[in-house]
Design a protein around this ligand. Structure first.
Ligand SMILES: NC(=O)c1ccc[n+]([C@@H]2O[C@H](COP(=O)([O-])OP(=O)(O)OC[C@H]3O[C@@H](n4cnc5c(N)ncnc54)[C@H](O)[C@@H]3O)[C@@H](O)[C@H]2O)c1
Length: 392
């Protein structure tokens, strides 16, 4: 198979994280990059000998580009996805798909009209242990799925941020940035079709005045339900629940307290400089493959006869009177499942599970977390879609 010729819009942190996957997977070749930062463009040319552009439309129009990875900040996703589709390219776009349902629908409809595919990822709904849990639930071996718990505590709010990432009106905070991971996982395990969302949010640090926490109660149309809790306030470390394997699938020192808050510069230029140092183009950008699968904290799916717990290297099944560990081989290519969907869509026309309609349904639930927190009401869901294919 000819490798997919990929152009990347937004050579930042997300690209730095995806690079290990692109390097390890011969099905993909990086041919073009776009970023307003000259340092990132220069680095791209020297790393990949590809073309580099300062604006997205020029990259999309480059005939060498077959598919576009949109990894620019949230607020540019719609513009960049539409530019790629208009040029006839398939799209891989980072979560969140967009900040409004109207924008999500515009992208979904534009992809249909252009006969091109959108894959929304990476998100932790792609993680192999989640696919294993989904397969076990779909097989019905343990009875019906009844309830899901998803809990994750991180240092999200104290990692260096751009100003708009601390302003909820511009897509800042954990509901836009982190809830899509948890919602993707929970919707995948539960079959996709949510009936309603009830939630509360917390914005407890006036110096970083956006949502840093939420708790949500989700009802599925078949009667199953899920509770989601997230805190980015950097106190308890949720990786304790995954045996001290980090979200990125790397071993970390057990019990070490978070240091992000203490390391954060007091002024905004300092914070931006620290952010850029974690981004593509910095000398120490990591590209090594992680030894374990990625994860998004504690996930517990309760069926009639067993509680299923996906872990970074196994699916642990707490059944009647017995606990079974079903090992999951380490990733050969990190985030391989994302590229599997992209390759299947581009090379065989296979509709991706994480397509724009799926991404829109996830964003409907994320937006409902904020809406419910403001209104104190259940928010009914109107744009949900079911899981269209079972993971292999
Ligand atoms: N799935 C994941 O694990 C993951 C991880 C990090 C980020 N993300 C997502 O990736 C997106 C980018 O986040 P990030 O953390 O990489 O941000 P970032 O600031 O590190 O990187 C964004 C890059 O886009 C560039 N950019 C800004 N405006 C642009 C424009 N108009 N055209 C082209 N490039 C432009 C910036 O210069 C920067 O290099 C966000 O939507 C975020 O949610 C996903």
């Amino acid at each position: 198979m000819e490798p997919i010729r990929l152009g990347v819009i937004g050579l930042g942190r997300a690209f730095a994280l995806m690079r290990a996957s692109f390097h390890a997977d011969p099905r993909v070749r990086l041919v073009a990059g776009c970023d307003p930062r000259a340092a990132a463009r220069d680095r791209f040319v020297s790393d990949y000998r590809g073309h580099a552009y300062a604006d997205a439309s020029s990259l999309a129009a480059d005939p060498a580009v077959e598919a576009v990875y949109v990894a620019s900040p949230h607020q540019f996703h719609t513009e960049h996805v539409l530019a790629a589709l208009a040029a006839g390219r398939h799209v891989l776009v980072e979560k969140p798909l967009a900040l409004t349902l109207a924008d999500c629908a515009t992208m979904r409809d534009a992809a249909r009209a252009a006969g091109r595919h959108i894959v929304v990822g990476h998100s932790h709904g792609f993680d192999a242990p989640i696919a294993a849990a989904r397969a076990a639930i779909a097989a019905g071996t343990h009875g019906r799925l009844r309830m899901i718990h998803a809990v994750y505590h991180t240092d999200f709010l104290y990692r260096p941020r751009r100003p708009e990432e601390l302003d909820s009106a511009q897509g800042g905070g954990v509901v836009f940035n982190q809830a899509p991971h948890q919602l993707d996982i929970v919707r995948l395990l539960g079959g996709g079709m949510l009936a309603s969302v009830r939630a509360l949010t917390g914005a407890w640090d006036p110096a970083r005045p956006t949502e840093g926490a939420y708790a949500a109660l989700l009802r599925f149309t078949d009667g199953a339900f899920a509770s989601l809790t997230y805190s980015g306030y950097a106190h308890f470390d949720g990786d304790e629940f995954t045996n001290w394997i980090s979200e990125a699938g790397r071993d970390k020192p057990p019990g070490a307290p978070f240091t992000a808050r203490a390391r954060l510069p007091a002024d905004q230029p300092g914070e931006l400089a620290q952010r850029t140092a974690r981004s593509y183009g910095a000398p120490d950008t990591p590209t090594l493959s992680p030894p374990h699968h990625e994860h998004f904290g504690l996930i517990l799916a309760s069926c009639d006869h067993a509680d299923l717990r996906p872990l970074p290297d196994r699916l642990r099944i707490h059944a009647d009177g017995v606990t079974i560990d079903q090992p999951i081989a380490p990733p050969s290519v990190p985030r391989r499942e994302v590229l599997d969907e992209l390759v299947a869509a581009v090379r065989t026309g296979h509709r991706p599970l994480h397509d724009a309609a799926w991404g829109m349904a996830t964003m409907e639930a994320a937006l409902a977390i904020r809406e419910s927190a403001a209104s104190g009401q259940d928010v009914p869901m109107r744009h949900q879609v079911p899981v269209m294919q079972e993971p292999a």
